[in-house]
Every structure is written in C-alpha cells, then in structure tokens.
Design a protein around this ligand. Sequence first.
Ligand SMILES: CC(C)(COP(=O)(O)OP(=O)(O)OC[C@H]1O[C@@H](n2cnc3c(N)ncnc32)[C@H](O)[C@@H]1OP(=O)(O)O)[C@@H](O)C(=O)NCCC(=O)NCCS
Length: 144
Amino acid sequence: MKIERMTKAHLDSVCEIEQKCFVHPWSPESIEYEFNNSTSLFFVATENNNVIGYIGMSCIIDEGYIFNVAVDENYRCQGVGSALINTLVTYCKKNNFSFLTLEVRESNLKARSLYSKFGFIKVGERKDYYSEPNENAVLMTKYF
Ligand SMILES: CC(C)(COP(=O)(O)OP(=O)(O)OC[C@H]1O[C@@H](n2cnc3c(N)ncnc32)[C@H](O)[C@@H]1OP(=O)(O)O)[C@@H](O)C(=O)NCCC(=O)NCCS
C-alpha cells in the first residue's frame, strides 16, 4: 500500500469510493471542485496503482478541516485509514498547524476510535446535523 498526493487521474476512483461509502456522498462535481481548490490537500492510498482510499482537507492558514476519509470496504481494518490520517497529521505538524478538525456521525464508533487513536478529542456536537438517519455530529479536534 502506498500513500501519495491525489492527482486528476485519481478523480474517478475517488468519486467511486465516495459513492460506495456514504449515504449522502459528495457529488463528483463537488469533489472535483474541492480538489482543484488551491487551499485543499488530498491524498490517496493505492494498491497496485488502484485507489483503495482517500482523505481530503481544507487548509485555512494554520487550521485544517478534514472533508472526508474513506476506505474501500474490501481493504478496511488493515491500517489504510490510519495511514491516511497519519499523513495529514504529519503534514500539519510539519507546517505548524494549530489544529486539525472534523465532524463525524455519533454512531460511527469505528471512525471515532480511529481519530481518538491519533489524539483527536471531542470538542462539541451539532444536533441533528446528519439525515437518513437523523443523527448528531460529534466535532473532534487534534491540537498541535
Ligand atoms: C473509518 C474508515 C475510514 C477506517 O478505515 P480503516 O482502513 O478500516 O481503518 P484502520 O484499519 O486504520 O483502523 C483504524 C482504527 O479504527 C478502529 N477500528 C477498526 N475496526 C474497528 C471496529 N470494528 N470497531 C471499533 N473500532 C475499530 C481502531 O481504532 C483501529 O485502530 P487499531 O487497528 O490500531 O485498533 C473506514 O471504516 C471507512 O471508510 N468507513 C466508511 C466511511 C466513513 O465512515 N468515514 C469517516 C467519516 S467521518
């Protein structure tokens, strides 16, 4: 498995993973728009040149906002998600970010425990932020 900066050539595969992993996936247009945004930073995990996961964040001066992280179902629980988060955490440390933050469904214990492992702590909640099913968002932040 390799982690690399996302390029245009990865766009279709990233959109496919996004569609498979979320009830309300980002549209291909939104992903492409964010990918082309100069303040965005995207990485992909690849296996034999196939995209098996991705992560993206928005960088606002020294603040990082994770858009999404997703791993192809067939490659989960093998450390791919951890490797993707680790890549962003390392980037933020290197570039003197003050924090990296995200929101996650309250019931998504797997993702929440993954973030905790990297030192993200719960800093708040957004009531009924998600639909289908209706659910609170938990805000988690890692301070550097
Ligand atoms: C969340 C997701 C990205 C994790 O990817 P992954 O490649 O399976 O993650 P890893 O293999 O690196 O596992 C990382 C950690 O998750 C946690 N974890 C894994 N399986 C778990 C389970 N069944 N129950 C609870 N925690 C679990 C552990 O903390 C694990 O760390 P460990 O291996 O050191 O114990 C992946 O499940 C996914 O794409 N889910 C759908 C999309 C999604 O929910 N994204 C997050 C939106 S905020």
